[in-house]
Every structure is written in C-alpha cells, then in structure tokens.
Design a protein. Structure first.
Length: 118
C-alpha cells in the first residue's frame, strides 16, 4: 500500500528551509514512536527550482505548487489506514511546535495500491 503525501509549505519560509525541516521532522516522528517497524519504505521528492514554469507549460495557472511529495509504503491497507493518520498528525504537531514547514490545510494524502503497467 502506498500513501502519497503532498506537502504544501506555509507562507514565509523558503523552499530549502522547509525541505530540511520536513526531513528532520520525519526522522523525529519515526524515532519517537518506533514507526520504523511498520513503515515499509519512504521516498521524498522535493520541488525543484522552476517547477512553477513546468506547471504553466501543462496549462496550470495560479495553482499552488507543492513543496514536495512523500511516497510512504506499508505492507497492507490496514496498516496504512491505521498508521498514516497518526504519522501525519505527529508531523502537524511538530510543525506547529518547532517552526512551520507544513500547511495541512493545503496539503493532501492519497492512498493507493501500486501496480505495474506494461
């Protein structure tokens, strides 16, 4: 099971600052609650400079660009539905405590099953 976590940064901090804070928060949340045991994999994709131009190229106009997308992998839908909401809540709380890197009101999560398409 794969959860795509689209993270939008709050107004103010720069993209690189947010990316570093996000990575540190992810590591802290995993360590604090021993989530490594249920997390099958984690890949974080950062927004690159110029992403806004790419969005305009494909017809988007004015939509906010996400700071990044994390692919969070679990062994089963049950594990994803049980563990991802508490993981996200911990990220939200840590962001509020340590300095904003995450705007949950403009972020989203997409639960999916990964399939191979030939």
């Amino acid at each position: 099971m794969k959860v795509l976590h689209f993270v939008h940064k709050p107004e103010g901090p720069g993209r690189d600052d947010v990316s570093e804070r996000w990575q540190a928060a992810h590591a802290a949340v995993l360590k604090a609650e021993s989530r490594e045991k249920v997390l099958r994999g984690y890949i974080r994709h950062r927004q690159v400079p110029g992403a806004e131009r790419a969005l305009r190229h494909f017809g988007a106009g004015g939509e906010p660009a996400y700071t990044g997308v994390a692919a969070v992998y679990y062994d089963s839908p049950e594990e994803a539905l049980t563990h991802f909401p508490s993981y996200e809540r911990s990220l939200r709380e840590l962001s509020a405590e340590t300095g904003d890197f995450y705007d949950p009101s403009r972020s989203l999560a997409l639960y999916s099953r990964e399939v191979t398409i030939f």
